[in-house]
Write a protein that binds this ligand. Structure first.
Ligand SMILES: O=c1ccn([C@@H]2O[C@H](COP(=O)(O)OP(=O)(O)O[C@H]3O[C@H](CO)[C@@H](O)[C@H](O)[C@H]3O)[C@@H](O)[C@H]2O)c(=O)[nH]1
Ligand SMILES: [Mn+2]
Length: 802
């Protein structure tokens, strides 16, 4: 008997208790990253750090006497890069992957035949400009939400229209009619994606043997109906854009009211829902709510953040979902299980209390084949974000994110053992001071039996433009104001309160959006992001010290945020470094001792360490080399243009106190437009520095090579090192040149580039050939006529100068 005491009797699971157990199992798990890559990766990170320290020490102690300034600048730049490498590297120390168990969620909260226990979710869609964001794009996103795989009475879709556009509103109304057929069709055949435009453009194999005949019939019918919807929406757009010849004037001479996006009353319209008509199968559809918040001149409307906050309040009164998922109008649900995926974290007892949001990666549907402008951002979405997910959670990136409403209200996460209702801790009065005067909103729940009409009246009240006066909206509550990248800031505040966030990457991308397709738009977007970053660094929310006193932001998470805010500053060093290698080629001076001595050795070691890290990083993250390379290129292109300007503009703004500008990225979605849009280029100041860098480096390469050939360089050794550098810079700038030079059906960049190089070689040869010989050559070949004109011309030129 004694011998048996330590043994625990094994309980054999019967089907019954097995089922009971399953409903208690965790709804997700952390999938560890393969240690065969991760451990060597960490070793290399440390090694690299040590190597870098030695390298820099060597550089500091070995100034180059005949080019002191060059040496000095390059050492400063290298120190900058080292620092930014450090900040970039350590948040990637313990990356994670995750896996969700959708079936367990269903077993727990959504059993067959029982009323669903799943939480109510409010889905927010923002649109701001009916031209740059066509109503058809928004309509598709809305349809993909209405057809989402979630109990219809537990989803509400809110569309915020900052454009106050008739065509957006009316096209939504058309869309609801189509939805009544579309949604049952999607659910009946479990089709993906549930945005019709994208469903019908993918190849459907009608010839497949197992394909259901009734499916084919219905599918064709649906397609016809959708084409009709498109025609209707296009007609609405055309009508809205029509300019009346006589002009439209009111009797008192004021312009036609109701169409001015900058000056109009608030408007809310509800569609569908349980009193809004059933679908063709007799089922209820999710409710759809159109909201256009009030706008008046003289008020700061705080752009997207302001729109989101108006939606939080309106939705609190109308439906008060426990969770809020937001998407930009172009990011449709590509995976109908996206909400369920998010709930696998949000409704899991292990995460429920302290998770502020579940962020999905941004994926895109319209990027060109070669991803010329690095729109996929794979290094960010598949490496950096997995890294921070292993610390305190991913950044909030503005779209495809499911929030805990409590976190948006600015509350702290619930700490273990702390079961007092948070709202009870605060007096009604202080709540009013923070949230504003609406009693229903302050109550935060709509428990009283109020009729829809009075609810609507209250909802209109909370979207008025003075509602936020003297409240904490945008300061401590909701989406944060004062930054063109409100998203990162909003997430940062939550992390600083001790919330954690989760990165959810289902294998079928949850959302697909639209990426800026041409160079100008892409640089404009990069500019806005880096502008927001620097702004954040200089604001009261500076990640270096914000919230240091309460210590709730974990150290490495803080490092990640600092890196995210400070990276644009490396652009100054980058600019210097892109020009530096060209200078020795042009002047014959050197930024470093000869490549052949110890310095060269150090340099090679640093590069080996760098590439080993990158290799291992790509292995554990499954990012392709090509995506990494695109990212590198855009680090240089964006760095020497958009980031550089952003840094100086924010500094300027900081000292002059002017406001930043949010220009909406175009999402005009038309295959035809897109292919030619890739070639549209608006000349802006942003393009100037990379152009100069290109010219200097091209000249340096040509000059270096031709002087070596003409003068007969003693040794090619030192020249080759410098040449490699300049070519390296040019390789990074290649997509920029493509954007700059290539026109539709035009001459390819490579041809233009090589002819420029040839022309430069010719000019150089011309200049460097003995002038006497030039004279002779002219005499012999073209004769004295040319020579005389040539002389006259140069004489005139001199006269003119005098
Ligand atoms: O006054 C405004 C301005 C913009 N928006 C909306 O904000 C969203 C984002 O604008 P977009 O021009 O598409 O910006 P992107 O560069 O594509 O957006 C990325 O970066 C932004 C921060 O800079 C985030 O807000 C976005 O979610 C993120 O997708 C769109 O739905 C707009 O309709 C408004 O609702 N009101
Ligand atoms: Mn966008």
């Amino acid at each position: 008997m004694e011998a048996n005491a330590g043994l625990v009797p094994v309980e054999i699971p019967t089907p019954e208790n097995y089922k009971a157990d399953v409903s208690q199992l965790p709804l997700s798990r952390v999938v560890p990253i393969s240690s065969s890559y991760l451990y060597p990766y960490r070793v290399v990170i440390i090694l690299r750090l040590i190597i870098f320290i030695f390298y820099l020490q060597y550089r500091y102690t070995h100034p180059v006497d005949d080019a002191y300034a060059l040496w000095f600048v390059s050492v400063i730049c290298e120190s900058c890069f080292a620092l930014s490498c450090l900040f970039d590297q350590f948040p990637k120390w313990s990356p994670v992957d995750r896996e969700t168990f959708l079936d367990r969620l269903a077993l727990r909260y959504d059993k067959e035949g029982e009323p669903s226990q799943l939480a109510h979710i409010d889905v927010f869609v923002t649109t701001a400009d009916p031209i740059r964001e066509p109503p058809l794009v928004t309509a598709n996103t809305v349809l993909s939400i209405l057809a989402v795989d979630y109990p219809a009475d537990k989803v509400t879709c809110y569309v915020s229209d900052d454009g106050y556009a008739m065509q957006t509103f009316e096209s939504l109304s058309e869309t609801t009619e189509f939805a009544k057929k579309w949604v049952p069709f999607c659910k009946k055949y479990s089709i993906e994606p549930r945005a019709p435009e994208f469903y019908f453009t993918q190849k459907i194999d009608y010839l497949n043997d197992d394909i259901d005949l009734s499916f084919i019939k219905e599918c064709r019918e649906m397609k016809r109906e959708y084409e009709e919807l498109k025609v209707q929406i296009n007609a609405l757009v055309a009508k809205a854009q029509k300019v009346w010849k006589e002009g439209w004037t009111m009797q008192d001479g004021t312009p036609r009211p109701g169409n001015n996006p900058k000056d109009h009353p608030g408007m809310i319209q509800m569609f569908l829902g349980h009193d809004g008509g059933l679908d063709t199968d007799g089922n209820e559809l999710p409710r759809l709510v159109y909201v256009s918040r009030e706008k008046r001149p003289g008020f700061n409307h705080h752009k997207k953040a302001g729109a989101m906050n108006a939606l939080i309040r309106a939705s609190a009164i109308l439906t008060n979902g426990a969770y809020i998922l937001n998407v930009d109008c172009d990011h449709y649900f590509n995976n109908s299980k996206a909400l369920i995926e998010a709930m696998c974290f949000m409704m899991d007892p292990a995460y429920e209390k302290n998770t502020c949001y579940v962020q999905f990666p941004q994926r895109f549907y319209d990027v060109d084949l070669h991803d010329r402008y690095a729109n996929y951002n794979m290094v960010f979405f598949d490496i950096i974000m997995k890294g921070v997910d292993g610390i305190q959670g991913p950044f909030y990136v503005g779209t495809g994110c499911c929030f805990n409403r409590q976190a948006l209200y600015g509350f702290d996460p619930v700490v273990e053992g702390d079961d007092v209702e948070i709202s009870l801790l605060m007096s009604q009065q202080s709540l009013r001071k923070r949230f504003g005067q609406c009693p229903l909103l302050v109550g935060a729940t709509v428990t009283e039996t109020t009729n829809t009409a009075s609810l609507l009246k209250e909802a209109i009240n909370v979207i008025s433009c003075d509602y936020e006066d003297e409240t904490e909206w945008g300061e401590e509550i909701g989406w944060m104001y004062g930054s063109v990248t409100e998203d990162v800031l909003t997430g940062f505040k939550m992390h600083a309160k001790g919330w954690i966030s989760i990165y959810c990457k289902p294998s079928r991308p949850a959302f697909l959006g639209c990426a800026p397709i041409n160079l100008s738009d892409r640089l404009g977007q990069i500019h806005r992001w880096s502008f927001g970053s620097v702004e954040c660094l200089l604001s009261r929310h500076c990640p270096i010290w914000y919230g240091l006193y309460n210590g709730k932001l974990r150290f490495l998470e803080r490092v990640a945020y600092i890196n995210n805010a400070a990276y644009p500053f490396t652009s100054i060093a980058l600019l210097a470094y892109c020009i530096l290698p060209a200078i020795p080629l042009l002047t014959g001076k050197s930024i470093s001792p000869e490549i052949t001595d110890i310095y060269g050795l150090w340099f090679i070691i640093v590069f080996i360490a760098l590439f080993t890290t990158i290799y291992l990083e790509l292995r554990w993250s499954d990012v392709r080399l090509r995506d990494w390379w695109r990212n590198e290129q855009f680090w240089v292109i964006g760095g020497t243009s958009a980031n550089l300007f952003a840094v100086f503009q924010v500094l300027f703004k900081f000292f002059t106190k002017t406001d930043g500008n949010f220009s909406v990225t175009s999402k005009v979605d038309d295959q035809k437009v897109n292919s030619s849009e890739l070639y549209i280029l608006k000349w802006t100041w942003l393009l100037v520095p990379p152009t100069i860098i290109t010219i200097i480096n091209l000249a340096a390469i040509v000059f270096g090579v031709s002087s070596a050939i003409i003068d007969g360089y003693e040794s090619w050794g030192p020249l080759i090192g410098k040449l490699i550098f300049a070519i390296w810079v040019m390789a990074h700038l290649y997509p920029f040149l493509q954007g700059l030079l290539q026109r539709e059906n035009g001459i390819p960049t490579s041809v233009i580039l090589s002819s420029i190089v040839l022309a430069m070689i010719f000019v150089l040869w011309w200049i460097r050939v003995d002038p006497f010989k030039i004279d002779k050559w002219l005499e012999v070949n073209i004769g004295s006529i040319v020579r005389n004109t040539y002389n006259k011309f140069s004489a005139n030129l001199l006269d003119f100068d005098l």
